[in-house]
Design a protein around this ligand. Structure first.
Ligand code: ADP
Ligand code: MN
Ligand code: MN
Ligand code: MN
Length: 335
């Protein structure tokens, strides 16, 4: 029987791209989803008179929503004329960097935070007029009045598992309506592909609840935590050496390129990295053991054994994983 392939790609919306998708029916005997195309003039990716963009499948997994033989197909966007990567395609450069530094065997685990909003833009869990009680009981909370939207988390987690994505866990966050899931640990391309499909599944599932998933860095001004995407990383040397040297060297290398990283860690990062709410100021680099007020945190278990990984706490929830992992690969392995 014919089946459905949901082609997913990243568009050209500024300052933060959106995910798009459309469905292609594949004949029963088709085992490899073919190259396809779309109207780039409707996604801020092409002018109207040269509107065709190409979709090149790069990662395929079972479609946990439709089930059966149906699949999800993550694509890179290419220029229709030349077949070269489209300017909005950040995956191609990530693939190049990952290939160049493959011997370092760098892997990543990404903690994706996000905020659930009502269609009017107010956070789920906030009274329609005013504010809920201050932050405190919500992080990893249980019970009505402390936690909202759990149905969505449960459905999303199972969907990620059914799709074969490397989801590692979930937790309710510090601000009401805010949640987190983690993806990893895997190489730059794998973690980014899995995160992109996991984001798509989250938007898609929340759609059925009429809930908007926001990746905004600071969805609620004031004394409320922002939403980040802490990016944990390690090279083979960081995992294997036992003298902390590789981990310290990685932090020092990143400290030499502070602005390059911060400027590419997601829109509106200054609003989130204020030095408050478990962040370091965006323009002041620091690293330290167990320090959630540092730019990079080294877990205490890592200091104890002298090896393991480090956590770059700066990337925003709305970061591009292909850009963030590429920069970390280039800076840590090439610096
Ligand atoms: P936090 O205490 O910061 O909330 P989490 O439990 O949410 O930590 O996330 C920890 C992350 O660290 C996971 O995504 C996991 O994949 C990642 N991680 C663990 N070990 C490594 C490693 N050796 N290299 C890279 N990432 C790692
Ligand atoms: Mn976490
Ligand atoms: Mn978190
Ligand atoms: Mn973290």
């Amino acid at each position: 029987m014919a089946y459905q392939a949901e082609y997913i790609w990243i568009d050209g919306t500024e300052p933060t791209p959106l995910l798009r998708s459309k469905t292609k029916i594949l004949a029963d005997d088709v085992t490899t989803p073919p190259i396809w195309g779309f109207d780039g003039s409707s996604t801020n990716q092409a002018p109207g008179d040269k509107s065709d963009c190409a979709l090149h499948p790069v990662f395929t997994c079972p479609d946990p929503i439709r089930g059966g033989k149906n699949i999800l197909v993550l694509c890179e966007v290419m220029l229709a004329q030349t077949g070269a990567p489209h300017p909005t395609n950040t995956r191609a450069a990530c693939a190049d960097a990952a290939k160049k530094f493959a011997p370092d065997e760098m892997i990543f685990g990404i903690e994706q935070e996000y905020t659930m909003l009502r269609p009017d833009g107010s956070p789920l869990g906030f009274p329609t007029n005013g504010f809920p009680a201050p932050q405190g009981p919500y992080y990893c909370g249980v019970g009505a009045g402390r936690v909202v939207g759990r149905d969505i988390i449960e459905e999303h987690t199972q969907a990620c598992l059914d799709a074969g994505l490397l989801i590692e866990g979930t937790n309710a966050e510090v601000m009401p309506g805010q949640w987190e899931f983690q993806i990893g640990a895997a190489d730059a391309l794998t973690v980014s592909d899995h995160l992109t499909v996991a984001r798509w599944l989250l938007h898609r599932i929340a759609e059925d609840y009429d809930v908007v998933i926001s990746l905004a860095a600071k969805p609620q001004k004031g004394d409320w935590n922002g939403a980040g995407a802490h990016t944990n990383f390690s090279t083979k040397a960081m995992r294997n050496d036992t003298d902390m040297k590789a981990i310290t060297a990685a932090c020092e290398a990143i400290g030499k390129k502070v602005m390059l990283h911060v400027e590419n860690y997601g829109h509106d990062i200054q609003s989130r990295l204020t030095g408050h709410h478990e962040t370091a100021p965006w323009n002041k680099f620091s690293y330290g053991v167990s320090n959630r007020g540092a730019s990079i945190r080294i877990p205490w278990t890592v200091e104890k054994t002298g090896r393991g990984y480090a956590e770059d706490r700066r990337p925003n929830a709305n970061m591009d994983p292909y850009v963030v992992t590429r920069l970390l690969v280039e800076t840590v392995c090439g610096g």
